[in-house]
Design a protein around this ligand. Structure first.
Ligand code: 0X9
Ligand code: ZN
Length: 301
């Protein structure tokens, strides 16, 4: 059923997650952490052997609807860890993994049925006339409303009427803050551009420990290039991309999660969001090599 030779509909992704929980109940569990605006489940899959000494890592994908390589990559990680847990490295086994592969299920389904290049969620305005959708990556509650955001509902970077106005961003943030786990890392997969971005995104400033994030990011980039040949640039997102406030990475960092990264997957623009399916396996394999570097680092701390 599941494979990484095509992009899958939400139903297939959720079916795959439920299948893994059923097949590997000792290590895999699936929880619905909330509902999207249109009422779809927001499903988190946890992989853990339950050791009390484990660290914790949160990984999400699909914040932006059209970035299909992101859920494909996150499900590839899930498959690798769940299917091969017993032979995985201690670096992997000593972490409680939490995956939310599709943060924006309404938008994701809309890109399959309506507009392939839709980015935002699918909230419909009360006033009927205005445009639909809030950019979930401008809706998080750290420095909400700042640079690189819009108050225009028709903009692709519309921030919404207040921080966490959207059920998707709210559910994600509440899951993290209410979790008993203390997360060492927050990774959010996007496309495209081949960038490993650390905070801050809201403005051209960096956190006190940015050197740690930079060095680990550089090592991740080396692993990705060594495995897949894809070259990633590493830096703060405001500097390398543009300032944009209300992002999930900044919010996670502000919660005290040390290794907060936005990873902009392939390519660098030839195909952009409409990345051919032949890229899925090499992109995901490279990303997994990068993730192993991060896992090793977290286990050292
Ligand atoms: O603009 C975004 O939300 C991200 N790029 S994308 O092309 N996938 O839309 C970058 C977000 C970087 N992080 C912050 N600005 N906080
Ligand atoms: Zn994105």
């Amino acid at each position: 059923r599941m494979n990484w030779k095509q992009y899958h509909r939400l139903e297939d992704i959720y079916g795959f997650m439920d299948y893994l929980a059923k097949t590997y109940p000792a290590i895999v569990s699936v929880n619905t952490i909330g509902k999207s605006y249109e009422g779809r489940d927001l499903k988190v899959l946890r992989i853990s052997d339950g050791k009390a000494t484990n660290k914790a890592v949160f990984i999400d994908g699909g914040i932006h609807a059209r970035e299909w390589i992101s859920p494909a990559t996150v499900t590839y990680f899930i498959n690798q860890f769940a299917e091969n847990f017993d032979v995985e490295s201690d670096d992997i086994k000593n972490i409680d993994w939490y995956f939310l592969p599709v943060v924006n299920p309404d938008g994701y389904e809309f890109t399959h049925e309506g507009d392939r290049l839709w980015r935002k969620n699918r909230r419909i305005p009360l006033t009927g006339r205005a445009c639909s959708g809030i950019d979930l990556n401008r809706n998080f509650g750290y420095r909400w409303g700042g640079k690189g955001t819009s108050s225009n509902p028709c903009s692709d970077i519309y921030r919404g009427t207040r921080a966490f106005s959207e059920p998707e961003s709210k559910a994600l943030s509440e899951f993290i803050t209410k979790s008993a786990a203390k997360f060492s890392a927050y990774l959010t997969y996007h496309s495209y551009g081949q960038y490993l971005l650390y905070p801050w995104g809201y403005d051209n400033v960096v956190p006190p420990d940015y050197k740690d994030l930079n060095i680990v990011g550089q090592r991740m980039a080396e692993a990705i290039a060594g495995t897949s040949g894809y070259k990633y640039q590493v830096g703060s997102s405001s500097k390398l991309l543009y300032p944009a406030a209300g992002g999930s990475d900044d919010w996670a960092k502000a919660q005290g999660i040390k290794y907060a990264y936005t990873i902009e997957l392939s390519d660098t623009g030839r195909y952009g969001f409409v990345l051919p399916t032949t890229f899925i396996e090499p992109v995901a394999k490279g990303s997994l090599a990068g993730l192993r570097v991060l896992a090793a680092q977290i286990n050292k701390e």
